[in-house]
Design a binder for this molecule. Structure first.
Ligand code: HEM
Length: 225
C-alpha cells in the first residue's frame, strides 16, 4: 500500500486531511467576508470587485476547483472519521478514547451537514441565480453584473435573511470548535497555548458572525438600499 493510501486509511491521516482542508476553508471564509464587506463602500466597489473575479477566469476557475476539492475532502474525511468513531463505541475504552480525541464530535457532523445545505442554497441563490433568474439581468451603469442590487433584493426578504443569519451562526459555532481541533490535529496545541488557541477560535468565530450578518441586518434595517 502506498504511503498516501495508508495515510488516507488511518485515523491520523484523515485528521490531517480534515485540518489542512479546514485551514483552506477558513481562509476562504475570511476572504469571502472581506470581499462581501465592500458592499458598505457602495455599489461601485462591490460591483467592480465582482466584475474583476468574473472576468478573470485564471483566478476564478482554479479557486472554484480548489474550493470544491477542499469541501469534498473535508466532508469525506469527516464522515469517515464519524463512522470510525461510532464503530469504536462498541470497542474497548482505549480504542474509543484514541478515536474520540482525534475527530470532531457528532454535533460537528450535524452542523457540517446543515452548512453544506446552506452553501447549496447560497450557490443557487447568488452564483447560479436559479432561485431568482431575474437577478441575471441586473446591470449597473457600466454594464457590469449589479451584485449590490442583487444582495439588496435578496436580503429584503426577511425569511431569506433569517435563514442566512441562522446558517452563519451555525457555521461560526462549527468554526469555534473546528479551529481548535485543527491545531490539535496538527500537533500544534500543546498545553501552554491551548487556552490561547481556544480563545482565538472563539473571537474569530464572533468576528466572522458579526461581519457576515451585518450585511442582511443592514439591508433589513434600510441602511443599505
Ligand atoms: C451575508 C453573507 C454572504 C453574502 C452576502 C455572500 C455573497 C455571495 C455572492 C454575491 C456570491 C456570488 C459571487 C459571484 O458569482 O459573483 C457568493 C458566492 C459564494 N459564496 Fe457567499 N456570501 C455570504 C456568505 C457565504 C458563506 C458563509 C459561505 C461559506 C460557508 C459562502 C460561500 C460562497 C461560495 C462557495 C460561493 C461561490 C463562489 C464562486 O462563485 O465560485 N458565502 N457569495
Amino acid at each position: 500500500m502506498s504511503v498516501l493510501a495508508r495515510l488516507v486509511k488511518s485515523s491520523l491521516g484523515k485528521k490531517y486531511l480534515m485540518a489542512i482542508t479546514g485551514i483552506g476553508l477558513f481562509i476562504f471564509v475570511i476572504g469571502h467576508l472581506l470581499g462581501n464587506l465592500q458592499i458598505f463602500l457602495g455599489p461601485e466597489a462591490i460591483n467592480k470587485y465582482g466584475h474583476f473575479l468574473q472576468s478573470t477566469p485564471e483566478i476564478l476557475w482554479p479557486s472554484r476547483i480548489g474550493l470544491l476539492a477542499l469541501v469534498t475532502v473535508h466532508i469525506v474525511a469527516g464522515l469517515a472519521l464519524a463512522i470510525e468513531n461510532r464503530q469504536a463505541r462498541g470497542q474497548s475504552y482505549d480504542v474509543k478514547r484514541v478515536v474520540d480525541a482525534s475527530m470532531a464530535s457528532r454535533t460537528m457532523v450535524l452542523s457540517g451537514c446543515v452548512i453544506f445545505s446552506f452553501v447549496a442554497f447560497h450557490l443557487a441563490h447568488y452564483t447560479l441565480m436559479t432561485i431568482h433568474p431575474e437577478y441575471r439581468n441586473l446591470q449597473d451603469a457600466q454594464g457590469r453584473h449589479d451584485i449590490y442590487r442583487m444582495m439588496v433584493f435578496g436580503f429584503r426578504n426577511p425569511a431569506v435573511s433569517v435563514f442566512y443569519i441562522l446558517s452563519i451562526g451555525l457555521l461560526c459555532w462549527h468554526l469555534s470548535h473546528g479551529v481548535g481541533a485543527m491545531f490539535q490535529s496538527l500537533g500544534l496545541k500543546d498545553e501552554e497555548y491551548a487556552a490561547c488557541i481556544d480563545r482565538f477560535a472563539q473571537v474569530a468565530a464572533v468576528f466572522i458572525f458579526l461581519g457576515y450578518t451585518s450585511i442582511p441586518v443592514s439591508v433589513l434595517a434600510g441602511m443599505i438600499k
